[in-house]
Design a protein around this ligand. Structure first.
Ligand code: AMP
Ligand code: MG
Length: 405
């Protein structure tokens, strides 16, 4: 059955598309030193201040020569006229001589090849060089890596370690990046107690606060921690107001069902607007989406595994867009299913699973209230809506490493 034919059940891709379309891009830019730029999002494409490498240099320890001074047919003997270590400024190469040179050292003007030292015989202050040396051999040409004046990286890039090295190589000491988003997190539920406190009858520990704090830290965003919120209309409304004053985006968990202890929906509607979407996804109850006093709002399910997966699928891409990052859907791989699925369901399923030796095995307990299966897993196996799967067939797998940053 087509999930779209289920009244009100929205396919995952369509839900994400709508959420992204409604997501604003925050625009506060600051310049930070390179050492503080890891994980930050570039606000502009930086231009190379110099060529990289800035001059022709040697790829080998050996001797810099002019090919015209060498015989094509036999060995040639040339006196050694200078020694060029990395970091030295070379003199022009005297015609009819060779220069001792080391890896990374600048090629002297006039030389057009480097002969590696293993191919050379030393003879007092001279060297015997082989026949057949070709122009440009063992020379790394100026600008082969990057060209002065050209963009080094695109705006919207989330800076990875190699990017920082590239930015340093063109001489940039700092880069313009977006200010990290402030994200408010509130956990609704009278049953919730913080770890470290004793647990009375009827109570459970608050997992979602810590789960979301970890997810936001991985994204380099700033947590506005509003802790636990009691299941009353007043407390919910007050916490949401405070969140809207302090944050660029608000995430709540729990309290969006239709029970009488569920106050989030009504409170958000009083302060802004809210839509409750039934998405064709498992796990995941309705996703609440809207705004509180103009600040984007996500109401995630209370069950921790559902909160985690809906965060990854819907909130994370919106947060990255709002942060100014270029779209970068998580890499998915295809691996062999170590399990079968005989009963198709109308919702797309995301199973907490482990990929080992090319085979995907889901955890035996996929209850949405159970988080230890997510701690055991190393990724999500994706079972498309209305599909069956036979053990040994290919199955799509998203490694957690793709979702955690
Ligand atoms: P709710 O949507 O508020 O009815 O919550 C659904 C389920 O998730 C209930 O079993 C709650 O106890 C549980 N739950 C809600 N919030 C949290 C939380 N922060 N940590 C752990 N479990 C939670
Ligand atoms: Mg609740």
């Amino acid at each position: 059955m087509d999930p779209c034919s289920q009244p009100g059940l929205m396919p995952v891709d369509q839900a994400l598309e709508r959420l992204l379309a409604a997501t604003p891009v925050s625009a506060t830019v600051e310049t930070v030193p390179l050492l503080q730029a890891a994980g930050r999002v570039l606000a502009e494409a930086p231009l190379a201040a110099v060529d990289v490498p800035p001059a022709d240099n040697s790829a080998m320890d050996g001797y810099a020569v002019r090919c015209a001074d060498l015989s094509d047919a036999s060995e040639s003997r040339l006196p050694v006229s200078q020694r060029i270590a990395a970091g030295c400024a070379p003199q022009p190469l005297q015609p009819g001589t060779a220069a001792r040179i080391f890896t990374g050292a600048e090629i002297p003007p006039g030389a057009d090849a480097v002969v590696m030292q293993e191919q050379v015989r030393r003879d007092g202050n001279a060297v015997w060089l082989p026949a057949g040396v070709r122009a440009q051999q063992n020379i790394r040409p100026r600008g082969q890596d990057l060209r002065q004046g050209r963009p080094v990286l695109a705006a919207g890039r989330r800076l990875q370690p190699a990017d920082l090295g590239v930015l340093a190589s063109v001489g940039l000491a700092g880069v313009p990046v977006y200010r990290p988003l402030k994200v408010a997190v509130l956990s609704t539920g009278d049953e919730l107690v913080e770890p470290g406190q004793p647990l009375a009858a009827g109570q459970i520990y608050n997992s979602n606060r810590y789960l979301l704090a970890g997810l936001l830290a991985g994204l380099g965003m700033q947590l506005v921690d509003l802790g636990r919120v009691a299941d009353t209309a007043d407390a919910t409304e007050q916490a949401l107001r405070q969140a809207a004053e302090q944050a660029d985006l608000i995430i709540s968990t729990g309290g969006v069902s239709v029970g009488e202890e569920d106050h989030v929906k009504a409170a958000v509607e009083r302060l802004g607007a809210l839509e409750l979407w039934r998405i064709a996804i498992k796990p995941g109850k309705p996703l609440a989406y809207g705004q509180v006093c103009g600040v984007p709002f996500f109401g995630l399910p209370g069950n921790p595994a559902s909160a985690l997966i809906t965060f990854w699928l819907f909130t994370r891409p919106c947060l990255l867009k709002q942060q100014g990052a270029a779209p970068e859907p998580p890499l998915r791989m295809t691996a062999q299913a170590g399990f079968s699925r005989s009963k198709p369901i109308v919702r797309q399923e995301y199973l907490r699973a482990r990929l080992e030796d090319g085979v995907v095995q889901p955890h035996g307990n996929q209850s949405s209230g159970m988080l230890s299966s997510a701690a055991w897993a190393n990724g999500l196996a994706v079972i498309p809506a209305n599909s069956q799967l036979v053990e040994g067939e290919p199955v799509e797998f998203i490694p957690f490493s793709e979702l955690l940053v």
